[in-house]
Write a protein that binds this ligand. Sequence first.
Ligand SMILES: [Fe+2]
Length: 486
Amino acid sequence: MEEKQVVEFLASKKLIAGKEEIQLILKSESPEKVMENAAKNTKSFYIERKDVEKAIQDLEEKIIIIEPTKKIMAREVEGSLKIHPDSITNNKTLGTTGDFIEYFRERFKKIKGVLATRINSLPLTSIEKARKTLAKTRVIGMVKSKKQTKNGHLIIEIEDEEESLTCFAGRDSKIIQTAREVIPDEVIAIDGKQSKDLFIIESITWPDIPYKQKKTIEEDISLAMISDIHIGSKLFMKKEFSEFISFLNGKTENKSYEKIKYLTIAGDLVDGIGTYPGQENDLENNDIYLQYEILCEFLKSIPEYIEVILIPGNHDASRISEPQTRINEEYIKSVEGYSNLHFINNPGFAEIHGVKVLMYHGASQYSFISNIPNASDGFTNPQKTAVEMLRRRLLNPIYGFKPPIIPVGTEMVIDNEKIPDVLHFGDIHKNGYTEYRGTTIVNSGCWQKTTSNQIKRGLTPSPGEVPIYNMRTGNMKIEKFTSEQA
Ligand SMILES: [Fe+2]
């Protein structure tokens, strides 16, 4: 379109515009649509710059659906998604205090099974036998407590099915740094020997995950990972999130959208209500149903060939205790029948073209950060915390820390069947990535600007950064949707 045509078009609607406005119209993607919208915006015969700008912005925010004729790689590939039965149990029972005995017994049994298969030169014995021999032995136990003495030594109490054992790491011993990494309620193997009343620690072994080759597939498709959208918050970055949805719809020059076949969303889908004291002041929508309704509108705009897997976080309408059940149908009625949307539990586990993906919101990270020296900088490097989860085979180990554990199921243990190829988590609002023993670890940041609470705690979120993981190459690319100041 040329300047003359713009003038004629406007004249046909009995409108005029200045040179600057005409140039703006001409530079836009769709001059005719912009003029029509600007004509609606204007209240006089003269189109002002703000009328044109609003028209352009409105059009940008409108999601353009891909024309069905366009060939999109991800649409051509047949999907292969298997959600683990544990992840859709929808078990609403909370268990009782009495159930914890069985719950921890099961945790012990599962992780002991992993540790017992490790090759080691020392004989594996029960605590009872280890205490009676003066020879070096290996014992496996669940940590009851870890205490530092006045002199800086560490006393670690462990127990197996029958007995408990008081283990000791001297302040100046070689093992002291490692012993400081031990946390309550985890299961470890300790090599050492009994000396009087104490079992002197020589080495500590965590269950860990085995080294494996990074899993890749033949299909050239990608998995995009996001979390912590926080719809309903005044600080929800609506514009950037809309841009991301538009990107998925191909309204972009960036071709990487064409390979996205899967999208995982690791919780805090909405900001919720009553999540913390005074939250009502931070909410744009204080109706939880409305918050989910807005979420559903966004989800409906995602191309149907993209399979979307969503878990709840601590802000969502689910129980606060872990494992969390999936979002209840009453909140997401308007997406009923959208077969590409999969609401599952937290943690959730799925196989995507054979790639094992573990999703966990990650609210337990605070307990890792405050108890494990290796993870003490987890607020800036959340990937380090996830490594500690894998080492321990536990997503939320410590009883009594937030979020509470309920004695239901065994999903909080990463057993052999569920060693992930990709571990996707969120909660910290900070992107972080690493590779650990063949597992790709991703924390996917957020879509919320910095909250006053985060400023107080010195946290710097990284909103609008979307990791896109190519499942054929195993490479990750970060797409940024950060036009506004976070
Ligand atoms: Fe969050």
